[in-house]
Structure formats: C-alpha cells, structure tokens
Design a protein around this ligand. Structure first.
Ligand SMILES: *Cc1c(COP(=O)(O)O)cnc(C)c1O
Ligand SMILES: [Zn+2]
Length: 413
C-alpha cells in the first residue's frame, strides 16, 4: 500500500524512479544494491502503530509499509509473524539482562527466506509476470519454489550441479524447473540473471532484486511489535550474502523514521570463520566496492558466501548501528545447535544456530554488555539439515524391552 518514492543506490547515492530501473544501480553495477524508499513524513501522519493490533494476515499485517497496491493479491501461505520467545535461561547462559529468540524456522518452507520470496511472488502477481527465477542452492530456492507453487507461478531454479541432493529434492517436490548448472554458484547466478533478461522473467537473485529486502524487513517490524515497541539493545543475525541483516536494519530504520521506536538496536552479524568476508571488511574498514572474494567453506551452508551479494547493505547495517561482525568456527556452530535447543526448545539449522555461538563470542569480547537486552534471530529450522545436528549429539541408549533393563540403562546413562 505504500507508494515508492525512489530507489536509491546504497553505494553512490543516486536516486531512480521505480520505472527507471528494476534491479541494481546502472552506474555502480551489481555492488550497487538499491534501497526502496517511501515518503516517511507522509506515512508518519497517515499510520498508527496501534492499528496493527487488528491486522491478522501474518507478514501482510504490515502492508501499509510494503510496496503493494491495496487490492493486490498475496500468496496464501502463512509467512511471518513468527514467535518471539523470551527466555530467562538463555539470558542467564549468555550473561545478559534479558534474551529472546525469534523462531523464523516456523515459516512454510522452514526459513526466513519465505518473507523475501512471498514479497517477490506478490510483486510478480501484481505485475502479471509468468515466470520467476533465482539462483541458489538452498533456502531461497526452496522458499521461491514453495511460495510460487501456492499461487501456481512457474518457477525456474539455477543450482550448481554439485548442490546437495536433499536440497534439490525440496525444489522438485514443489514442481520448480531445476537447472543443474555444470559450474559454480557464481556462474549459475550470472546465467540466471542473463536468462531472466533474455526471457523477460522476474529475477529474485539475492542482491539483484531490491524487493527481497522489503520482505525481510518484516522480521524487524515483528521484533519491535512483539517487544511492545521497547526494542532489544542488540539483535544478533547470521550473515552470508548479508541480505537478512540489511533487511532487519531497514525495518528498524523505517520504524525509527516513523517515530514508532525510540532507537535502533545494535546489529551483530555472525559469520563462519571459513566464510568471513564481511568480518574482514568491517575490521579493516574496507568499502563494499573494494571487497575481494574469499574461498568460502563452512558446515553452515546457508551462510557460505565468497563475495557477499548484499555486502553494501550488510556493512551499513553494522556500521550505522554501532554493531559488530564476529566469526565463529564450524565446531562452535555445531555445538550451538543442541545448546540453543536445550535452552529454548528451538531447533535451528547450523547457519541459524550460529547466532548463539556469535552472541557468546560477542559477550566475551564486550561487544554485548551484561546490562543488554538481546534478541537472537533464528533464520532456519533444524530439520533442514539433520546430518549436521546428528554430529552435535550423542547416540540414544539401546535397551532390551524389559523394566530392569530400563532401570539399568537409566542408572548407567
Ligand atoms: C540465507 C540464510 C542466512 C543468511 O542470510 P544472508 O541474507 O545470505 O546473509 C542465514 N541463515 C539461514 C537459515 C539462511 O537461509
Ligand atoms: Zn550507484
């Protein structure tokens, strides 16, 4: 319902009208990701945060702040408005005043990517597009395939031929056309974009399509609303391409423009040691356009990114909020899966559990203080990657089917 005022380049600051450019800044190339901006002064007088209480359509409760016409159709699946659980035990374990987990693994295809894909599918319906395409090996592709299936859109996915079979299966189940490209993710990414240009398909590629941010920002809106507009001091987010942390920042920034929150939380981005391009850029004060690709490898496949596609938004999110980037090892990430699950009852995939390890690291490094109120954003469900979870826990106890064997086993265990 919000009317777009301009699309502004995050690198050079050039401003474009929505009909002038579709994906990224023509002057900067792909590093020049765009901000979708509205007339916040006008929205401030028109909107009232308390009116949200009567809205029940999950992430669409924030339609007034999303780039969709009032009458536009949205996918029927229940995306967003995921729970924010407060946990005293989590706070105690981290050594902070108050702690929450936001469980975005509860989305329909089990990751936060559903927010972005729902937004993209809604825009595609609005524009009468027939095919939407993305390059991804993981959750973004699953989300686009699932949300596309819910409205009968044709979805084409470009994946490297080496992508894990289980992930490819989820795409095929939803009926997406899956192209197994005999090359790396980066090559598949460019091939997807070129094909979209050729065929007139809508491209969802991360960092290319600025509207993915508009979906992801709703996670921040919810954290604000669910904390009764008294937002946490710190929000911890795992980071691969940097699109989620950029979206979360945009969400809080907009609420601050509207006067609905009094401050923007410090954003702490967590990367895997083996895929830490943004940690290095942040530590060494490198600008997004000067970043060089690293050779990424980590067990947390959803945050494996050599040259993060949304690096401009990610660096800005951390720099502007006086947050930080931290890196955690694969073994810390694996250990965090049961630690987080036992403290909160939330089972996270490796990339998502990384926020617990990252929060611990940030407390040790005094980036988070004992007095802080901290929210961990859990971006994906643990059932996405059961193999990694199995590495983090002992086996069950084998037992003969009689009482004395059970007693014996319980004593030994
Ligand atoms: C995509 C993803 C991330 C990282 O998001 P970016 O936007 O690539 O930084 C983290 N966790 C999960 C579960 C994801 O699917
Ligand atoms: Zn630019």
């Amino acid at each position: 319902m919000a009317t777009i005022k301009e699309l502004r380049c995050t690198v050079c600051g050039r401003s474009y009208q929505p009909d002038e450019v579709q994906y990224f800044c023509p002057a900067c190339g792909q590093v020049g990701t765009l901000d979708v901006l509205y007339d916040y002064e006008a929205l401030k007088t028109q909107l009232d945060r308390d009116a949200l209480r009567t809205q029940k359509e999950w992430m669409w409760r924030y339609r007034a702040l999303l780039p969709l016409a009032a009458e536009s159709r949205v996918p029927p699946l229940r995306v967003g408005y995921t729970p924010l659980y407060e946990s005293g035990r989590l706070a105690e374990a981290l050594g902070v005043r108050q702690a929450w987990v936001k469980d975005d693994g509860q989305n329909p295809t089990a990751s936060l990517k559903d927010r972005a894909s729902a937004m993209i599918v809604a825009r595609a319906l609005e524009q009468g597009v027939e095919v939407v395409s993305t390059a991804s090996t993981g959750n973004a592709a699953a989300a686009l395939s699932g949300l596309g299936a819910s409205v009968g859109l044709k979805i084409v996915i470009f994946v490297p031929a080496t992508a894990p079979e289980a992930k490819i299966a989820q795409l095929l189940v939803y009926g997406a056309t899956v192209l197994l490209v005999e090359a790396s993710y980066d090559v598949a990414f460019d091939l997807c974009y070129d094909t979209c240009m050729d065929e007139g398909w809508y491209c969802r590629n991360t960092g290319i399509n600025p509207f993915t941010t508009e979906g992801k920002k709703t996670a921040a809106y919810e954290i604000a609303e669910q904390s009764h507009w008294d937002v946490p001091d710190v929000v911890v987010v795992s980071v691969g391409d940097g699109s989620i942390i950029g979206g979360v920042h945009k969400g809080f920034w907009e609420l601050y423009q509207l006067g609905w929150i009094q401050r923007i939380p410090r954003l702490i981005g967590v990367q895997a040691t083996g895929s830490s391009a943004l940690v290095q850029a942040w530590q060494n004060h490198i600008q997004p356009q000067d970043m060089q690709p690293v050779d990424a490898h980590t067990v947390a496949d959803s945050i494996s990114a050599g040259l993060p596609r949304d690096r401009a938004k990610a660096l800005r999110a951390v720099r502007e909020t006086k947050g930080a980037f931290v890196a955690v090892s694969d073994s810390e990430i694996i250990a965090a899966i049961p630690q987080l699950a036992r403290l909160t009852g939330v089972f996270a995939e490796p990339a998502a559990a990384a926020v617990f390890a990252g929060a611990q690291r940030a407390v040790q490094s005094n980036l988070i203080q004992p007095d802080d109120r901290v929210a961990l954003l859990v971006t994906g469900n643990g059932l996405k990657d059961v193999k990694s979870a199995q590495q983090s826990v002992a086996q069950g106890i084998r037992v003969q089917p009689n009482l004395s064997a059970v007693h014996q086993a319980l004593q030994d265990g």
